[in-house]
Design a protein around this ligand. Sequence first.
Ligand code: TXA
Ligand code: MG
Length: 331
Amino acid sequence: MSPTQDGVDDAVRTLRRGGLVAFPTETVYGLGADASNAAALRRLYEVKARPADHPVIVHLPTRPTVDATVGRWGAPLTPAARALAEACWPGPLTLVVRRGPAVLDEVTGGADTVGLRVPDQPLAQRLLRAFGDGVAAPSANRFGRVSPTTAAHVRADLDGDVDVLLDGGPCRVGVESTIVDCSAGEPVVLRLGGLAPERLHALLGSQPAVRDDGSRAAPGTRPSHYAPHAEVVVTDAHHANERAAALLATGARVGLLATTPPAGLPAAVAWLAAPADVDELARQLYALLRRADDDGLDALVVVPPDPTGVGAAVVDRLTRAAATRTPERTR
Ligand code: TXA
Ligand code: MG
């Protein structure tokens, strides 16, 4: 397929004139703008309906060395940042490092750090290489909605506000990148994500602290992110029937997201099949949460996977979704 046919040329022209391009990454779809164009970044925040003090990740093309990749975006990297970048880029890892002098405040939300990531997705890499510079991109959903893992999800949330949508099919990982703050002192995990915690442990020689309470990161660590409209109730397999029955008794339309439907599950409960393989579950997670809404469910009882590998991020997202109580969901 030539670049013209799959839209990369058009996407690059769009970025150059300050437009917005939705593109696939291995984690979730991103909504990209030229990271060096303040006006384009302001439009990005507007379309996302995102507060201006929330930083966005800069996506970079792979280059022969980590230094060439980071270029003017980050100040000299700490040894830990360098080790992680060398081992994990391209891949589902965002590094927060001290920002380079030329990085716009619109990217960092005014902070003295910047989040950098090299996505491992062929269409994303072709776009970034052809563009030749950093593309700022949050997930391509409206602020507070579940991240999109297909082009159809992007259309459902942002249709009309995106100038070009590159369709790379469903995302391979399905949950957002792991964010590690390497800007000062010991590396700290700000968001669990597509990179297995076990891998971080192996690369750093110890398990980094997780500080995902929002004290050092902004929006993606707030509970309301990752929540569908349906109320999410996380429970274990033994209590799933009981919880579902109690919700049914309130008149709610109830679904169960679990690998197998437990014996005795009330017939009125819609079973959403969760893949037994945790990587496959991560891939399908956001589509399943969107389906709960599309099916008109008021409540979704979820039996989470083991928190190993990408399962840690899946459990994290489900727990955050379950902690959310928004007015529209207290029906
Ligand atoms: O997988 C991903 O990371 C996807 C794809 C598109 O790359 N992007 C993504 O972006 O999830 P977004 O904006 O939805 O979430 C980025 C998170 C936010 O919680 C933001 O606060 C945090 O990264 N972040 C970005 N720059 C930061 C910085 N300098 N310091 C602390 N947190 C930062
Ligand atoms: Mg997001």
